[in-house]
Write a protein that binds this ligand. Sequence first.
Ligand SMILES: [Zn+2]
Length: 319
Amino acid sequence: MSHDPALPAPPGTGGEAASARPAPATDARRPQGVTIVTDPRCAGYHHAGHPEHPARVTRTVERLKAQNVLPVKWAEPLAATPDQLLRAHSAALLERLKLPRDFDADTPAHPEMRAHAERGVGGALRALQAAGAGEVALSLLRPPGHHATHDRAMGFCYLNSVAIAALEALAQDSNRVAVFDFDTHHGNGTEEILLGRPRCAFFSVHQFPSYPHTGDTSQQNAFNYPVRPHATREEYRAALAAGLAELQRFAPAVVGVSAGFDAFRGDPVGEGMLEVEDYHWLGASFRALGVPVFSVLEGGYSRELPELIFAYLRGLAGA
Ligand SMILES: [Zn+2]
C-alpha cells in the first residue's frame, strides 16, 4: 500500500532529534532477522464464547509459516524467575493465580493459568533477549498482560509480561526503557507498575472512554493519548504519531511494545478505524527509532489478526 501523504510520516524520517541519540544498534536500512517466540501449550485453554481464543495464535503461526518474505526463527519462552515476577506483582497475586476462582467474567480461572501466564512472561523475556541481539522480536503467546496490575488480574490478563520484561531490561542495563502500548484499551496495569519508576516511561494510545476507563490524562512518567470512540483513521494515526514523538524525546535504549491489534476497523471488541497498512506503518515507525524493540501480543480479536501481525512484522523488519 502506498503512503498516504495526509497521514503523519514515521518518526525518525525528518532527522529531528536523531543527532542527540546514541548510534542505532541496528542498520535501519537492512531487513533484519525475525524471532517469533511461541509455545503450542498457549492454545491449550479456552472458555466458550470468550473473544481471547486459541486461534488468535494458532492461525497467526500458520500464516507466518506459510510466508517466505520474512526469515522467521522460532523460539521458546524463557523460564521466568520468582524475582522477575515479584518486581511487578505481589506474592498474593502469584498465589491467587493457583486458585480455581475466577477473577471476573473477563478473566476466568483455569487449572494451568499460572503456568500459561508465566510462559507469557517468559515469551516477553525471550523477545527482549532477541531484540538485544539485533533481531525483530515478537512474543506470540496468550494470555495477554497489559491490564494486569501489581496485585490484580483483569481484562483477559493475569501477569503483566511487558512490564516484567521492561523491568528486567532496567535491571540488566543502566539506560532508559520505554513501553509503548498501541492496543485500543489503556494499559492500566503497565502504567500502574511503571508509574514513578526512574529511567522508564510508559506511552499509551487508546480509545477513551472505553475499558478499563483509565488513561484519560498523563501523569509523571505515563504519557496517555486518549482517542474518542469511532475516531477517524487520521485522528488515530495523529495520536500514535504524537506518542511516538514523545517517546523519541525520552530517548530510550530499548522499547517494549504492547502490540494489540483491536483498533483495527474490523475488530469485534474495539471501535477503531485503523487499516492493515497502519500496522505496517507502526512497525516501520518503531524500526526508525534505531534501538532494540521487542513486541508482546496483547489484544486483537478479528479474523484478520494474522494479516495485521504480518504487516506489523514486515514494517519492523523493513520488508
Ligand atoms: Zn485491547
